[in-house]
Design a protein around this ligand. Structure first.
Ligand code: DQA
Length: 148
């Protein structure tokens, strides 16, 4: 099974960026946790980060016919990007929306997501664990779909 993990803008600054909100782990620390969990679960993961909306759109397109599902923290683009929503719809793959922080505890503009209603589910508020929980959840979902 192949799962892609997509990190959006400013997540390359994790560890330095608002540590009270996002924690002290860097993006590479978080990626190590994801890879470790993927090894334990016996799946292949490909991890990508970009600060550019169009690059994220291209990355999502490249998943078509190549991956079984994906996990995305679109960061600020979650709340603004119709282009990322349309890219996600164009590949018809199961995905989980992830956030390190609990976006519903924060500013009202972060309560709107262009992805939640088309996601298998949303995991928000568990720091780096949001990603590893999402990995378990997407694998479980894909296996369950294979049974039907
Ligand atoms: C975030 C929440 C977003 O509102 C914010 O713009 C981010 C990170 C999170 O992981 O908590 O950059 O997606």
């Amino acid at each position: 099974m192949k799962i892609s993990v997509i990190h959006g803008p400013n997540l390359d600054m994790l560890g330095k960026r608002e540590p009270g909100l996002y924690g002290t782990l860097s993006l590479s620390d978080i990626n190590e946790h994801i890879k470790h969990r993927a090894d334990m679960l016996g799946v292949e993961v490909d991890i990508f980060q970009s600060n550019y909306e169009g690059e994220i759109v291209n990355k999502i397109h490249s998943l078509y016919n190549n991956f079984d599902g994906f996990i995305i923290n679109a960061a600020a683009y979650t709340h603004t990007s119709v282009a990322i929503r349309d890219a996600v719809l164009s590949v018809s793959l199961p995905f989980i929306e992830v956030h390190l922080s609990n976006v519903h505890k924060r500013e009202v503009f972060r309560h709107k997501s262009y992805l939640s209603d088309i996601a298998v589910g949303v995991i928000s508020g568990f720091g780096y664990l949001s990603y590893t929980l999402a990995l378990e959840a997407i694998i479980h979902h894909i296996k369950a779909q294979e049974q039907v």
